[in-house]
Write a new protein. Structure first.
Lengths: 114, 113
């Protein structure tokens, strides 16, 4: 296992289209996070899962955003009807429960909405 | 409501000298703090952490200090090396309640020769 994997690395989409990103966490990690990062800002929390349960969603996560982790392994983040303001780096991270909360990040998916 | 604040967007330090990055937080319930380092086009990588029951944690050239009464933590890098040039994020969480990790806005550290 080489770490957290995110696909695709880059996505360019037209405004109004739907996009889906995938995250494969480190295999023994049961906690999975999604963050969004824009230029000059730190990662902003979007949502996180404990196994397959989605425990918390940020106010930033509008109705157009949905995340799933169906079997407690990989996760998907879908954005419907994309807007230019959705352009950002979307970061996934995973961690173990109860052994410190150091989260390990993937390389991110950079979304550009044109 | 920005609960974790890094008020210095950038810092330039001469190679071999000490780099000190600062971070303030507002939520007194935070009990675990982390520093991450980020290079361009990569995700953040974990650097060092500290529990609220400690006031110092050291790992090689990196030391994190926590002042709970001031709600302030700092990361010291000594000696600074060119490879340390990156963006550094301070983060905090409520470990005891398995909560999310909240990040500051980052400080860009540049190590000059």
């Amino acid at each position: 296992d080489t770490g957290v994997s995110q696909n695709p690395r880059h996505k360019i989409t037209k405004r109004g289209q739907n996009v889906t990103f995938r995250c494969d966490p480190i295999s023994e990690h049961n906690r999975l996070y999604w963050y969004r990062q824009t230029l000059g800002q730190g990662p902003e929390f979007l949502t996180y899962f404990q196994n397959e349960a989605q425990l918390e969603k940020s106010r930033l996560l509008s109705d157009r955003f949905s995340a799933e982790r169906p079997k407690g392994s990989f996760s998907t983040l879908e954005i419907q009807r994309t807007e230019q303001g959705d352009s950002a780096m979307y970061l996934c991270a995973s961690s173990e429960q109860g052994l410190g909360t150091e989260a390990f990040f993937g390389q991110g998916t950079r979304l550009t909405v044109v | 409501d920005q609960q974790v604040k890094q008020n210095s967007p950038s810092l330039s330090v001469q190679e071999g000298r000490i780099s000190i990055l600062n971070c303030d937080y507002t939520n007194s319930m935070f009990d675990y703090f982390l520093w991450y380092k980020k290079y361009p086009a990569e995700g953040p990588t974990f650097l060092i952490s500290i529990s609220s029951i400690k006031d110092k944690n050291e790992d090689g050239r990196f030391t994190v200090f926590l002042n709970k009464s001031a709600k302030h933590l700092s990361l010291h890098i000594v000696p600074s090396q060119p490879g340390d040039s990156a963006v550094y994020f301070c983060a905090a969480t409520l470990y005891s309640s398995a909560s999310k990790i909240i990040f500051g806005s980052g400080t860009r550290l540049s190590i000059r020769p």
